[in-house]
Write a new protein. Structure first.
Length: 313
């Protein structure tokens, strides 16, 4: 009588369990290891996507990539109707890994004002790209005599010069003194202006008045290098006073005008004893009080702060 499948299956299972020890004793290979015990391989790539790994060098020949200060932008290569390119990703990491759909992109890396652009094709395989920025850096410090000037008391402007015009193109309107400024390799015209922040709002450039102490310099920035430059100002703080007698008390409600010997107006101030920063040189001080006008000549010597007394006679 034929045996039914349901009656044979239990017997086969039991027989296989009994045979397993015997097979092991005869030197048969052990059962395959569980999948959980195996070393995981590369993760499967998502269909239709890839990963772009980015890094940058300051200059060709550098061995170490840029570690900080980078800004990456990824644009679709296909232009929009207005000619622009759609921004699809961005990162401030030094070496980002950017997952992107397959396609062609424009990669832009920026370090300060220096930058580089490259066209990249993304597919299912990982893509690594390293851009060369051809970038250097410029650091400006200010000196008054032999003393460093507080960076908040300086206004730094950086220009790209052209023949016959040293300030042809403004590239940095208010650079921070004593901090590296990333720039493409080249020659730059730097203007350092000492700020008058002796009154209310001191140390706040938005409340400061520019003085006539201005220093200019042409500086070269080299790729991969930091250029340090110290610009020396020659100026002092003058305190104006209208007095009845030498060494007397300052008269309130006095209007002062400071002029060059040629008659150019430098500053106008009101008060009993206002102060201002002036570049080294000779000046005329005019004081108006009670409808009367008085004046005196005075000289400014760098770093020698002092009072300028105008005698009301």
């Amino acid at each position: 009588m034929p045996t039914s499948p349901s009656s044979v299956l239990p017997w086969l299972v039991a027989a296989s369990l009994c045979a397993a020890p015997a097979l092991a004793q005869q030197g048969s290979p052990p059962p395959a290891a569980s999948p959980r015990a195996t070393t995981p391989g590369p993760l499967p790539v998502e269909s239709g996507r890839g990963t772009l790994y980015l890094s940058a060098l300051r200059a060709a020949g550098d061995t170490q990539p840029v570690r900080a200060g980078l800004k990456w932008r990824i644009f679709d290569e296909a232009a929009e109707a207005d000619g622009s390119h759609k921004l699809v990703a961005e990162s401030k990491d030094a070496a980002p890994a950017m997952p992107l759909p397959e396609g062609t992109y424009i990669v832009h890396a920026a370090l300060g004002l220096a930058g580089a652009t490259k066209r990249v094709r993304i597919n299912a395989e990982p893509v690594s790209e390293r851009l060369v920025l051809n970038a250097g850096a410029l650091r400006i410090t200010g000196l008054l005599g032999d003393q460093a000037i507080n960076p908040s008391k300086l206004r730094i402007s950086i220009y790209v010069p052209e023949r016959g015009n040293s300030e042809a193109k403004l590239v940095v309107a208010n650079a921070k003194a004593s901090e590296p400024i990333g720039l493409p390799e080249g020659i730059y015209h730097v203007v350092s202006t000492l700020l008058d922040v002796t009154g209310p709002g001191a140390l706040a450039q938005s409340n400061a008045t520019t003085t006539n102490s201005v220093i200019n310099a042409d500086l070269r920035v080299q790729a991969g290098k930091l250029t340090d430059a110290s610009l020396r100002h020659r100026a002092a703080v003058m305190t104006l006073k209208l007095v009845s007698n030498p060494g007397g008390e300052a008269l309130a409600n006095t209007a002062f005008t400071i002029l060059t010997p040629g008659g150019d107006v430098i500053r106008e101030l009101i008060g009993a004893f206002p102060s201002l920063v002036l570049a080294e040189g000779e000046y005329v001080a005019i004081a108006r009080h009670d409808s009367k006008t008085y004046q005196t000549l005075f000289k400014v010597v760098s770093t020698l702060d002092h009072d300028v007394e105008i005698i009301a006679k």
